[in-house]
Ligand binder design. Structure first.
Ligand SMILES: [Zn+2]
Length: 127
């Protein structure tokens, strides 16, 4: 990948990382907010649940963005971490923190989904 192109991705990723850090810092406040009122408490509980889910997603994204920045520094950015083929420019334009080519990502998503499903099954059985 051309150095200028790499620099552009670095800029996008760094900006995204800053945004996510700020967002996560703000959510910290929501998650610990408490209310004495019973109805408020219920309302807050669901807001808190949502906030926690968002935090999970945003932390995962931040981790991916940081990993992509590391790959820019070590020169492996744009190369699939699984099969080492080049990730398509279109995919990188849409998902600059992509660490896998589309084929390997599909496999990873499928494996991840199966793992999540079996975890929730365990929870159901345990209940
Ligand atoms: Zn691949």
């Amino acid at each position: 990948m051309a150095r200028t192109e790499m620099g552009r991705f670095q800029e996008i990723l760094e900006r995204r990382a800053v945004e996510l850090v700020q967002l996560l810092r703000k959510r910290d406040g929501i998650a610990i907010e408490k209310s004495a009122d019973q109805m408020d408490e219920i309302q807050h509980a669901s807001e808190r649940d949502l906030a926690i889910r968002n935090v999970d997603r945003e932390s995962a994204l931040l981790r991916d963005v940081k990993a992509a920045l590391r790959r820019i520094h070590d020169g492996s950015f744009g190369t699939c971490i699984e099969c080492e083929s080049a990730i398509s420019p279109r995919r990188l334009a849409a998902v600059p923190w992509a660490s896998r080519c589309i084929q390997c990502q599909e496999v990873a998503d499928r494996v991840g989904r199966e793992r999540t499903e079996s975890v929730s099954e365990t929870l159901v059985n345990a209940a």
